[in-house]
Design a protein around this ligand. Structure first.
Ligand SMILES: [Zn+2]
Length: 207
């Protein structure tokens, strides 16, 4: 599988491009900004986007989704419990002093346990509320890979002081849904460096 990680926008959100080598079909996760750079990666690998997945509806993760959908025709998926955050996109934009992006309700909803299959790539949706009420992670068992959004970071966990945040719920989600994955699972957080489930289980001071 092709996996490119591209930090996008002001807050350097880690956008992942997952591409299947034989079908050339791809999933793009959290295209928060810098759509031309994402397009360049797709073009370089000859990939066609089939699904756009949003781990949660914070502006730095979702702001470019509509633009990428317009360019590729791919549907946008996220969890319905983040719709209140989408409704306050103007407030989110004011936090970053940026113009309000065009953001729409999802084309389909992401639910706990659902499999997203594109080409030969299959990712399972893990519903992990806490950072926001609609936060999800995407787990790819075949690749031993977790796209964690802002739920789990290397040596840290997602902030819970923004609307919809709940710290007890966040820790519960991490313990029940993420720390139960195999130690060798590679974790790509929403910001900053990669880690593994094993490293976070043994060293993360928040857990
Ligand atoms: Zn966030």
């Amino acid at each position: 599988m092709i996996h490119e990680i591209l930090p996008v926008g002001l807050l350097q959100c880690n956008c992942s491009v997952l591409g299947d080598e034989s079908s050339r079909e791809a999933i793009v996760i959290d295209p928060g900004d810098d759509i031309p750079a994402i397009e360049a990666i797709l073009k370089r690998h000859g990939l066609k986007v089939k699904s756009i997945i949003i781990t949660h509806a914070h502006i730095d993760h979702i702001a470019g989704a509509h633009k990428l959908k317009q360019l590729t025709g791919a549907p946008v998926f996220y969890n319905e419990n983040d719709l209140p955050l989408v409704k306050m996109m103007d407030v989110q934009a004011s936090w970053l002093r940026m113009p309000t992006p065009e953001v729409h309700p999802p084309d389909a909803l992401l639910k706990e346990g659902q499999d997203i299959s594109v080409g030969g790539i299959t990712g399972r949706v893990l519903y992990t509320p806490g950072h926001t009420q609609g936060s999800i992670c995407l787990y790819l068992p075949q690749q031993s890979l977790l796209i964690a959004g802002d739920t789990l970071f290397a040596g840290s966990v997602g902030r819970t002081d923004l609307p919809g945040g709940d710290s007890r719920q966040l820790i519960h989600s991490i313990r029940e849904k993420l720390l139960t994955l195999p130690d060798e699972t590679k974790v790509v957080p929403g910001h900053g460096p990669n880690t593994t489930i094993g490293e976070e289980r043994s060293d993360n001071p928040f857990l």
